[in-house]
Write a protein that binds this ligand. Sequence first.
Ligand SMILES: [Zn+2]
Length: 290
Amino acid sequence: MRRTFEALTRLVGGGDVVVLSGAGLSTESGIPDYRGPSGAARRHTPMTYQAFTGDPEARRRYWARSHLGWRLIARAAPNGGHRAVARLQHAGLVRGIITQNVDGLHTAAGSTGVVELHGRLDEVVCLNCGNLTSREELDRRLREANPGFAARVTEVNPDGDVDLPDEAVNGFRIVDCGICGTGMLKPDVVFFGETVPAPRVADCFALVERARAVLVLGSSLTVMSGRRFVIRAVKLGIPVAIVNQGPTRGDGHATVTVDGPLGEVLPALADRVAGPATPVGLVVGGASAG
Ligand SMILES: [Zn+2]
Protein backbone atom coordinates (compact mmCIF):
# COMPACT_ATOMS: atom_id res chain seq x y z
CA MET A 1 0.00 0.00 0.00
CA ARG A 2 2.86 2.38 0.80
CA ARG A 3 4.33 2.11 -2.69
CA THR A 4 0.99 2.65 -4.41
CA PHE A 5 0.26 5.62 -2.12
CA GLU A 6 3.56 7.19 -3.15
CA ALA A 7 2.64 6.69 -6.81
CA LEU A 8 -0.74 8.29 -6.10
CA THR A 9 0.85 11.37 -4.52
CA ARG A 10 3.17 11.79 -7.51
CA LEU A 11 0.29 11.54 -9.98
CA VAL A 12 -2.05 13.92 -8.15
CA GLY A 13 0.75 16.26 -7.06
CA GLY A 14 1.47 16.93 -10.74
CA GLY A 15 -1.87 18.76 -11.02
CA ASP A 16 -4.42 19.08 -13.84
CA VAL A 17 -6.35 16.17 -12.36
CA VAL A 18 -9.99 15.39 -13.15
CA VAL A 19 -11.86 13.56 -10.39
CA LEU A 20 -14.57 11.01 -11.16
CA SER A 21 -16.39 10.05 -7.95
CA GLY A 22 -19.01 7.46 -7.10
CA ALA A 23 -21.12 6.14 -4.23
CA GLY A 24 -18.10 4.80 -2.33
CA LEU A 25 -17.07 8.36 -1.52
CA SER A 26 -20.32 8.97 0.36
CA THR A 27 -20.53 5.75 2.38
CA GLU A 28 -18.65 7.39 5.25
CA SER A 29 -21.38 10.05 5.26
CA GLY A 30 -23.92 7.34 6.07
CA ILE A 31 -25.18 6.76 2.53
CA PRO A 32 -24.59 3.07 1.75
CA ASP A 33 -23.08 2.00 -1.56
CA TYR A 34 -25.32 -0.78 -2.80
CA ARG A 35 -22.63 -2.01 -5.19
CA GLY A 36 -19.66 -1.71 -2.86
CA PRO A 37 -18.38 -4.05 -0.19
CA SER A 38 -20.44 -2.52 2.63
CA GLY A 39 -23.72 -2.33 0.80
CA ALA A 40 -23.96 -5.81 -0.70
CA ALA A 41 -26.98 -6.13 -2.93
CA ARG A 42 -29.97 -3.86 -2.47
CA ARG A 43 -33.17 -5.66 -1.57
CA HIS A 44 -35.23 -4.39 -4.45
CA THR A 45 -34.30 -3.51 -8.00
CA PRO A 46 -33.71 0.19 -8.72
CA MET A 47 -36.56 2.19 -10.16
CA THR A 48 -36.37 2.51 -13.94
CA TYR A 49 -37.53 5.55 -15.86
CA GLN A 50 -39.98 3.34 -17.77
CA ALA A 51 -41.59 1.99 -14.58
CA PHE A 52 -41.67 5.41 -12.94
CA THR A 53 -43.41 7.13 -15.84
CA GLY A 54 -45.55 4.18 -16.98
CA ASP A 55 -46.80 2.60 -13.77
CA PRO A 56 -48.70 4.73 -11.19
CA GLU A 57 -48.17 2.09 -8.47
CA ALA A 58 -44.42 2.04 -9.07
CA ARG A 59 -44.42 5.83 -8.89
CA ARG A 60 -46.38 5.79 -5.62
CA ARG A 61 -43.96 3.23 -4.19
CA TYR A 62 -40.99 5.34 -5.27
CA TRP A 63 -42.28 8.56 -3.71
CA ALA A 64 -43.38 6.87 -0.47
CA ARG A 65 -39.91 5.39 0.00
CA SER A 66 -38.14 8.48 -1.24
CA HIS A 67 -40.23 10.73 1.03
CA LEU A 68 -38.66 8.95 4.00
CA GLY A 69 -35.22 8.42 2.46
CA TRP A 70 -34.88 12.08 1.54
CA ARG A 71 -34.69 13.08 5.21
CA LEU A 72 -31.67 10.87 5.72
CA ILE A 73 -29.98 12.18 2.58
CA ALA A 74 -30.78 15.78 3.54
CA ARG A 75 -29.17 15.24 6.94
CA ALA A 76 -25.98 13.68 5.50
CA ALA A 77 -22.83 15.79 5.85
CA PRO A 78 -19.64 15.68 3.77
CA ASN A 79 -16.87 13.45 5.13
CA GLY A 80 -13.08 13.72 5.16
CA GLY A 81 -12.94 12.37 1.60
CA HIS A 82 -15.15 15.14 0.19
CA ARG A 83 -13.21 17.76 2.14
CA ALA A 84 -9.89 16.39 0.87
CA VAL A 85 -11.11 16.70 -2.74
CA ALA A 86 -12.10 20.32 -2.05
CA ARG A 87 -8.62 20.95 -0.61
CA LEU A 88 -7.00 19.47 -3.74
CA GLN A 89 -9.22 21.70 -5.87
CA HIS A 90 -8.45 24.85 -3.86
CA ALA A 91 -4.74 24.03 -4.06
CA GLY A 92 -5.08 24.19 -7.86
CA LEU A 93 -4.36 20.50 -8.43
CA VAL A 94 -7.86 19.46 -9.51
CA ARG A 95 -9.22 21.09 -12.66
CA GLY A 96 -12.61 19.38 -12.66
CA ILE A 97 -14.90 17.14 -10.63
CA ILE A 98 -17.39 14.75 -12.19
CA THR A 99 -19.61 12.87 -9.75
CA GLN A 100 -22.06 10.05 -10.18
CA ASN A 101 -23.51 10.91 -6.77
CA VAL A 102 -26.78 12.80 -6.43
CA ASP A 103 -26.25 13.85 -2.80
CA GLY A 104 -24.59 17.25 -3.39
CA LEU A 105 -21.87 16.50 -0.82
CA HIS A 106 -18.91 17.64 -2.99
CA THR A 107 -20.39 21.13 -3.17
CA ALA A 108 -21.35 21.03 0.51
CA ALA A 109 -17.67 20.28 1.25
CA GLY A 110 -16.57 23.43 -0.60
CA SER A 111 -15.86 22.19 -4.11
CA THR A 112 -16.99 24.36 -7.02
CA GLY A 113 -18.07 23.69 -10.60
CA VAL A 114 -18.95 20.06 -9.86
CA VAL A 115 -20.48 18.25 -12.85
CA GLU A 116 -23.30 16.17 -11.39
CA LEU A 117 -23.53 13.44 -14.01
CA HIS A 118 -26.73 11.89 -12.65
CA GLY A 119 -28.35 15.09 -11.38
CA ARG A 120 -29.22 16.18 -7.87
CA LEU A 121 -31.74 14.69 -5.51
CA ASP A 122 -32.58 18.06 -3.98
CA GLU A 123 -34.23 19.28 -7.17
CA VAL A 124 -37.54 18.15 -8.66
CA VAL A 125 -38.59 18.51 -12.31
CA CYS A 126 -42.07 18.51 -13.87
CA LEU A 127 -42.10 16.13 -16.85
CA ASN A 128 -44.86 18.21 -18.48
CA CYS A 129 -43.85 21.87 -18.17
CA GLY A 130 -40.20 21.39 -17.18
CA ASN A 131 -40.52 23.59 -14.08
CA LEU A 132 -37.77 22.97 -11.52
CA THR A 133 -38.60 23.18 -7.82
CA SER A 134 -36.71 22.44 -4.67
CA ARG A 135 -37.07 19.16 -2.86
CA GLU A 136 -37.83 21.08 0.34
CA GLU A 137 -40.92 22.54 -1.34
CA LEU A 138 -42.06 19.10 -2.50
CA ASP A 139 -41.33 17.66 0.92
CA ARG A 140 -43.67 20.22 2.46
CA ARG A 141 -46.42 19.39 -0.04
CA LEU A 142 -46.01 15.62 0.48
CA ARG A 143 -46.23 16.06 4.25
CA GLU A 144 -49.45 18.05 3.83
CA ALA A 145 -50.89 15.40 1.48
CA ASN A 146 -49.93 12.59 3.87
CA PRO A 147 -50.58 13.68 7.45
CA GLY A 148 -49.50 11.00 9.89
CA PHE A 149 -47.65 8.98 7.30
CA ALA A 150 -45.06 7.09 9.24
CA ALA A 151 -43.19 3.94 8.49
CA ARG A 152 -40.04 2.45 9.82
CA VAL A 153 -36.97 3.43 7.84
CA THR A 154 -34.76 0.40 7.63
CA GLU A 155 -32.21 1.38 5.06
CA VAL A 156 -31.43 4.24 2.73
CA ASN A 157 -29.88 3.73 -0.68
CA PRO A 158 -27.67 6.15 -2.62
CA ASP A 159 -30.63 7.38 -4.64
CA GLY A 160 -32.55 8.36 -1.53
CA ASP A 161 -34.76 5.31 -1.58
CA VAL A 162 -35.67 3.28 1.54
CA ASP A 163 -37.07 -0.17 2.09
CA LEU A 164 -40.75 0.02 2.93
CA PRO A 165 -43.42 -2.70 3.23
CA ASP A 166 -46.19 -2.66 0.61
CA GLU A 167 -48.94 -2.02 3.16
CA ALA A 168 -47.23 1.22 4.16
CA VAL A 169 -47.01 2.33 0.53
CA ASN A 170 -50.64 1.75 -0.40
CA GLY A 171 -52.10 4.75 1.36
CA PHE A 172 -49.44 7.20 0.21
CA ARG A 173 -50.70 10.13 -1.88
CA ILE A 174 -48.40 11.61 -4.51
CA VAL A 175 -48.74 15.19 -5.74
CA ASP A 176 -48.50 16.71 -9.22
CA CYS A 177 -46.77 19.85 -10.46
CA GLY A 178 -47.87 22.99 -8.62
CA ILE A 179 -47.31 25.18 -11.70
CA CYS A 180 -49.09 23.43 -14.60
CA GLY A 181 -51.32 21.47 -12.24
CA THR A 182 -51.18 18.11 -14.01
CA GLY A 183 -47.53 17.32 -14.73
CA MET A 184 -45.82 14.31 -13.27
CA LEU A 185 -43.04 15.21 -10.83
CA LYS A 186 -39.71 13.40 -10.86
CA PRO A 187 -36.55 14.00 -8.87
CA ASP A 188 -34.10 15.69 -11.25
CA VAL A 189 -31.82 12.67 -11.29
CA VAL A 190 -31.03 10.21 -14.06
CA PHE A 191 -32.91 6.98 -13.44
CA PHE A 192 -31.84 3.56 -14.64
CA GLY A 193 -33.03 3.24 -18.24
CA GLU A 194 -32.62 6.96 -18.81
CA THR A 195 -29.71 8.63 -20.56
CA VAL A 196 -27.58 11.45 -19.19
CA PRO A 197 -28.29 14.69 -21.15
CA ALA A 198 -25.87 14.84 -24.11
CA PRO A 199 -24.40 18.31 -23.34
CA ARG A 200 -23.52 17.13 -19.82
CA VAL A 201 -21.74 14.05 -21.23
CA ALA A 202 -19.89 16.27 -23.72
CA ASP A 203 -18.73 18.54 -20.87
CA CYS A 204 -17.34 15.51 -19.05
CA PHE A 205 -15.50 14.17 -22.10
CA ALA A 206 -14.01 17.64 -22.67
CA LEU A 207 -12.78 17.75 -19.07
CA VAL A 208 -11.26 14.28 -19.29
CA GLU A 209 -9.58 14.95 -22.64
CA ARG A 210 -7.78 18.01 -21.28
CA ALA A 211 -6.71 16.31 -18.04
CA ARG A 212 -3.17 15.27 -17.21
CA ALA A 213 -4.56 12.49 -15.00
CA VAL A 214 -7.93 11.04 -14.03
CA LEU A 215 -8.58 10.16 -10.38
CA VAL A 216 -11.44 7.71 -9.77
CA LEU A 217 -12.79 7.83 -6.21
CA GLY A 218 -15.20 5.32 -4.72
CA SER A 219 -16.62 3.93 -7.91
CA SER A 220 -16.58 0.29 -8.95
CA LEU A 221 -17.03 1.58 -12.54
CA THR A 222 -19.76 -1.00 -12.98
CA VAL A 223 -22.00 1.17 -15.12
CA MET A 224 -20.95 2.51 -18.49
CA SER A 225 -22.21 5.96 -17.48
CA GLY A 226 -18.96 6.54 -15.58
CA ARG A 227 -16.69 3.88 -17.05
CA ARG A 228 -16.75 5.46 -20.53
CA PHE A 229 -14.69 8.40 -19.23
CA VAL A 230 -12.01 6.04 -17.95
CA ILE A 231 -12.01 4.22 -21.28
CA ARG A 232 -11.57 7.55 -23.10
CA ALA A 233 -8.68 8.55 -20.84
CA VAL A 234 -6.95 5.21 -21.39
CA LYS A 235 -7.36 5.52 -25.17
CA LEU A 236 -5.71 8.94 -25.04
CA GLY A 237 -2.85 7.67 -22.88
CA ILE A 238 -3.96 9.76 -19.86
CA PRO A 239 -2.98 7.96 -16.64
CA VAL A 240 -5.82 6.78 -14.39
CA ALA A 241 -5.55 6.39 -10.61
CA ILE A 242 -8.27 4.57 -8.67
CA VAL A 243 -8.93 4.82 -4.93
CA ASN A 244 -11.70 2.43 -3.92
CA GLN A 245 -12.57 -0.20 -1.36
CA GLY A 246 -12.57 -3.42 -3.33
CA PRO A 247 -11.86 -4.18 -6.97
CA THR A 248 -13.24 -2.09 -9.83
CA ARG A 249 -13.84 -2.73 -13.50
CA GLY A 250 -11.13 -0.20 -14.30
CA ASP A 251 -8.30 -1.84 -12.35
CA GLY A 252 -6.82 -3.47 -15.46
CA HIS A 253 -6.39 -0.04 -17.08
CA ALA A 254 -5.24 1.91 -14.04
CA THR A 255 -1.73 3.27 -13.55
CA VAL A 256 -2.26 3.22 -9.77
CA THR A 257 -4.89 1.50 -7.63
CA VAL A 258 -5.23 2.08 -3.89
CA ASP A 259 -7.65 -0.22 -2.07
CA GLY A 260 -8.57 1.45 1.21
CA PRO A 261 -11.05 3.66 3.08
CA LEU A 262 -11.40 6.95 1.23
CA GLY A 263 -11.87 8.88 4.47
CA GLU A 264 -8.30 7.92 5.39
CA VAL A 265 -6.51 7.77 2.04
CA LEU A 266 -7.75 11.11 0.68
CA PRO A 267 -6.96 13.33 3.70
CA ALA A 268 -3.48 11.74 3.79
CA LEU A 269 -3.11 12.49 0.08
CA ALA A 270 -4.26 16.10 0.54
CA ASP A 271 -1.86 16.53 3.49
CA ARG A 272 1.01 15.45 1.25
CA VAL A 273 0.26 17.41 -1.90
CA ALA A 274 -2.10 20.28 -0.98
CA GLY A 275 -0.52 21.61 2.19
CA PRO A 276 -2.20 22.03 5.57
CA ALA A 277 -6.00 21.96 5.85
CA THR A 278 -7.66 25.36 5.74
CA PRO A 279 -10.56 25.93 8.13
CA VAL A 280 -13.92 26.02 6.32
CA GLY A 281 -14.83 29.60 5.46
CA LEU A 282 -11.23 30.75 5.18
CA VAL A 283 -10.50 29.24 1.78
CA VAL A 284 -9.02 31.96 -0.42
CA GLY A 285 -8.14 31.96 -4.11
CA GLY A 286 -5.97 29.28 -5.62
CA ALA A 287 -8.78 27.35 -7.27
CA SER A 288 -8.15 26.08 -10.75
CA ALA A 289 -9.87 28.24 -13.31
CA GLY A 290 -10.99 25.14 -15.09
ZN1 LIG B 1 -45.64 21.32 -14.56
